[in-house]
Design a binder for this molecule. Structure first.
Ligand code: ATP
Ligand code: ATP
Ligand code: MG
Ligand code: MG
Ligand code: MG
Ligand code: MG
Length: 290
C-alpha cells in the first residue's frame, strides 16, 4: 500500500501476541442466553436441540480451524484449544478470538433452522463473547478442562433438582431456591430419588458431562477400525537430561505442514459426552495433546 500522511495511525495498534509454547484456550459464551432461551422456549433445564446446535456449530469451527485440537461445551459456552505449537495469526489474541467467535456464530445462525425448524430467528440475533487464556503445561490445560466439566456437573445437578421441584413438585422458583439453599450434592440426589423417583445417574450423559469435540483417528481397540484415518505422528518427545533436546515449539517443514493439514481435514470430528477429568480419555487419544 502507498505511504500516506495518515499512515502514522498504525503505530497506535498494540501487539497482543500470546506467549509462545503455551496452550491457547478460547472460551466463548452466549450473550443473554437466559433471555434467548425464554424467547425460543428452550426446555428447562436442558433443551436437547439447543445443545445439539451448539455442538454442530463447534464441529464447524473444528473443521475450519485445523490448529484446534479439542473443544468442550456446556450450556451456552464452548472452549476451544489451540495446540501449543500453533502459529496462526502469529498467535495474536484478538485475531484468534474474533475468528472463533464469528465462525461459531455464523454456524450457529446458519444451522438454527435445522434444530428449530418451526421457530425462525428474529432480532436480537444470537451472539457470543470470547476471550483467550494461555496455559503453560498440559497439567494446567487439563485442570482447565476439568474445571469446566466439574462446573457442568454442579450446575446440572442443581438445575435438574430445581426444575424437578417446580415441574413435578409444583413449587414456584422462589420456594425451590429456598429448598435447595445450603444443600450438598448428596441432598440433591436424595431429593430427586426419594421424592420423585429420579436416579440422577440415569440422566442423559450430554446433560451430566457436557460435550467434547475432537478429531477421531481410531486407535481405541474396542471400536471398529475399518473406516478410520491414521493419526498424525506425535512430536518427538523431550527427554529430561538429554542435552541435545530443547523445548522449542515444533515447526513443520512446508510439505510436512501440508500433509498434517490434509490428515486433519480428512479426520472425522467426534462429539462425545464422556469424562475428561480422569486419564482414560486422554490416554486413549494420545494425538490430541501430543
Ligand atoms: P451472559 O450474557 O452474561 O453470558 P446469560 O444469560 O447468557 O448472560 P449465562 O450465565 O451464560 O447467562 O447462562 C446461560 C443461560 O442460558 C443458562 O442460565 C440457561 O438459562 C440458558 N441456556 C443455555 N443453554 C440452554 C439449554 N440447552 N437449555 C436450556 N437453557 C439453556
Ligand atoms: P485475510 O484473511 O488475511 O484478511 P483476505 O483474502 O480477506 O485475507 P484482505 O486483505 O482482507 O484479504 O482483502 C479482502 C479481499 O476481498 C480484497 O482483496 C478483495 O479481493 C476481496 N473483496 C472484499 N470486498 C470486496 C468487494 N466488495 N468486491 C470485490 N472484492 C472484494
Ligand atoms: Mg458471558
Ligand atoms: Mg451466556
Ligand atoms: Mg454461560
Ligand atoms: Mg480479509
Amino acid at each position: 500500500m502507498a505511504n500516506s500522511k495518515y499512515e502514522y495511525v498504525r503505530a497506535f495498534e498494540q501487539p497482543d501476541c500470546l506467549l509462545p509454547n503455551t496452550w491457547i484456550v478460547v472460551r466463548i459464551d452466549g450473550r443473554g442466553f437466559h433471555k434467548l432461551s425464554a424467547k425460543y422456549e428452550f426446555g428447562k433445564p436442558n433443551d436437547r436441540r439447543a445443545l445439539d446446535l451448539m455442538n454442530a456449530a463447534a464441529v464447524g469451527v473444528m473443521k475450519e480451524l485445523p490448529d484446534l485440537v479439542v473443544g468442550y461445551g456446556v450450556s451456552d459456552e464452548y472452549s476451544f484449544v489451540f495446540h501449543k505449537d500453533c502459529v496462526l495469526f502469529e498467535r495474536r489474541a484478538s485475531k484468534l478470538t474474533t475468528t472463533i467467535v464469528s465462525t461459531f456464530t455464523s454456524y450457529y445462525v446458519h444451522l438454527w433452522q435445522t434444530y428449530f425448524p418451526s421457530t425462525p430467528l428474529s432480532p436480537p440475533l444470537p451472539s457470543f463473547d470470547g476471550r483467550a487464556v494461555v496455559y503453560p503445561s498440559v497439567r494446567n490445560l487439563r485442570d482447565y478442562m476439568s474445571w469446566r466439566q466439574v462446573d457442568c456437573h454442579i450446575n446440572n445437578l442443581y438445575n435438574t433438582t430445581f426444575w424437578t421441584l417446580i415441574q413435578q413438585g409444583g413449587m414456584d422458583a422462589k420456594d425451590a431456591e429456598k429448598e435447595l439453599q445450603g444443600t450438598l450434592s448428596s441432598d440433591k440426589n436424595e431429593i430427586l430419588f426419594s421424592r420423585f423417583g429420579i436416579n440422577y445417574n440415569n440422566e442423559p450423559e450430554i446433560f451430566k458431562k457436557g460435550s467434547v469435540v475432537f478429531r477421531e483417528y481410531e486407535i481405541n481397540p474396542l471400536v471398529d477400525q475399518s473406516s478410520a484415518s491414521v493419526a498424525p505422528k506425535p512430536n518427538p518427545q523431550f527427554h529430561e537430561g538429554h542435552t541435545d533436546s530443547t523445548d522449542a515449539p515444533q515447526k513443520l517443514s512446508k510439505s510436512a505442514a501440508e500433509k498434517d493439514r490434509k490428515t486433519k481435514a480428512k479426520a472425522k470430528i467426534a462429539v462425545e459426552h464422556i469424562d475428561i477429568i480422569k486419564d482414560d480419555f486422554w490416554g486413549r487419544r494420545p494425538w490430541i495433546l501430543s
